[in-house]
Design a binder for this molecule. Structure first.
Ligand SMILES: [Zn+2]
Ligand SMILES: [Zn+2]
Length: 422
């Protein structure tokens, strides 16, 4: 394996170089076009068996080296939103070098880029440059910490630090870069979130829905003191839920949270949120499905053969109201059979043809026929896993004049911000 992974210990003095996967073997691409802006030259790259062909000459691998700033390559048709409902192909203009390899017969393209050059691209890919500086600074420090400390390196088998997509951190090159994002990055250069002298595995998601989630309820990590669920509003404490019913009432009711309409109107969100996101409502949402659609979706996603679905019963909810254990019962061979879904990710995947916004929802079964419901409505809260920084909430805070320091200490309550290199 390539020595691409970063050691936290080595990081305390110098700026690291990252390896970001742009085209992955799972994209199953055999040809691509890359344009060099410096040379004004188009490279047509293809795979041939286990080799790479570039403009008709055959190579083991290709390095398009570049250590200058303001020199770029554009890769055509790069996947954005892999597997999500907003998936599309976009052209990305990238700083740094490109390493092009053949992995199991498919193209594998890695962008080698310095951390500080990478960050303004991430901040703007995730949130538009129209966002207030405090949000971009908070987002940049969070992203900087996460890329270094992530306990879950999803692509470690490929020897890269992250991919270019939502599965890690959305990175679409300099296409949408703004002077505000560059300023935020320069202003926070070398600054990380630290907890007991370790860089924090600083998570973030689009909208917590009002309360953020504890990390151990989403991933199989030990609980992290700086990733505790918090109430995302003016009041500091989480409402005292006595039972399931209280949590349900919370999801059904609007509240004055930073990620709610009170602080940021959802119709204004498109001005701030990255341009490949589906437009819609995130703080509170409704999803409906017929019995037939739901049965088909569950069978396809879970590999079951239910004839119809009889019930969905939440067995566990996290502190934010997210369901972390769900029992699905249905009719199979004239008997009632059940399966258990044991993570918010599985639940979001199983109940929607693409992906459900979050697992914080209330289930409403509509009119019954032969003891089976005809349709189902899910009333939900938030978008994403809800752990750590809530991006829409952080935007709400920044729009009401909170500083990046206040935003970070709100979401990562026991972490400190410290500069590790100049
Ligand atoms: Zn990834
Ligand atoms: Zn929130």
């Amino acid at each position: 394996m390539e020595k691409a992974m970063l050691s936290v210990k080595n990081l305390y003095h110098t700026e690291p170089v990252l390896s970001i996967g742009i085209i992955l073997p799972i994209d199953k691409k055999n040809s691509i076009e890359i344009f060099s802006h410096e040379k004004n030259k188009l490279y047509k790259i293809e795979t041939h068996e286990n080799k790479i062909i570039i403009n008709n000459s055959q190579k083991e691998s290709i390095l398009l080296h570049n250590d200058k700033t303001n020199v770029f390559h554009t890769i055509r048709s790069v996947p954005a939103g892999r597997g999500f409902h907003w998936e599309k192909s976009i052209d990305v203009k990238l700083p740094g070098s490109l390493l092009i390899k053949n992995k199991n017969g498919f193209l594998f393209i890695i962008n080698k880029i310095s951390l500080e050059e990478y960050l303004p691209c991430v901040a703007t890919s995730e949130m538009s440059g129209a966002c207030p500086p405090a949000l971009l600074e908070a987002q940049t420090i969070t992203a900087r910490s996460w890329i270094i400390a992530a306990s879950e390196k999803k692509h470690s088998n490929l020897g890269i630090d992250a991919c270019n997509d939502d599965c890690c951190q959305r990175y679409q090159g300099i296409g949408n870069i703004t002077t505000e994002a560059i300023t935020a990055s320069k202003k926070t250069r070398g600054k990380f979130l630290l907890y007991q002298n370790e860089i924090c595995d600083a998570r973030y998601s689009k909208s917590c829905g009002g309360i953020t989630e504890n990390n151990e309820n989403v991933w199989e990590d030990p609980p992290k003191p700086y990733l505790r669920g918090i109430f995302d509003g003016l009041s500091k404490s989480i409402p005292d839920f006595k039972d399931h019913k209280d949590k349900i009432d919370w999801i059904l009711n609007q509240s004055d949270c930073y990620c709610s309409n009170k602080f940021i109107k959802e119709k204004d969100l498109k001005k701030y949120i990255g341009n490949v996101d589906n437009k819609g409502t995130y703080y509170r949402w409704v999803y409906s499905s017929t019995q037939k659609q739901l049965t088909e979706t569950i069978n396809k996603k879970c590999g079951t053969s239910f004839h119809s679905i009889k019930s969905l019963i939440p067995k566990k909810r996290g502190i934010s109201g997210r369901i972390t254990s769900l029992e699905i019962s249905g009719l199979f061979n004239n008997q009632i059979e059940s399966i258990m879904l044991e993570s918010e990710y599985e639940i979001r995947n199983a109940l929607h043809p693409e992906f459900l916004y979050s697992s914080a929802f209330v289930i409403i079964l509509d009119s019954k026929e032969n003891d089976m419901f005809k349709s189902i409505t899910l009333k939900g809260a938030g978008w994403g896993h809800g752990v750590g920084l809530c991006q829409i909430g952080a935007l709400g805070m920044a729009l009401s004049k909170k500083t990046s320091k206040t935003i970070l200490s709100h979401y990562f309550s026991s972490a400190l911000v410290k500069k590790l290199y100049d």
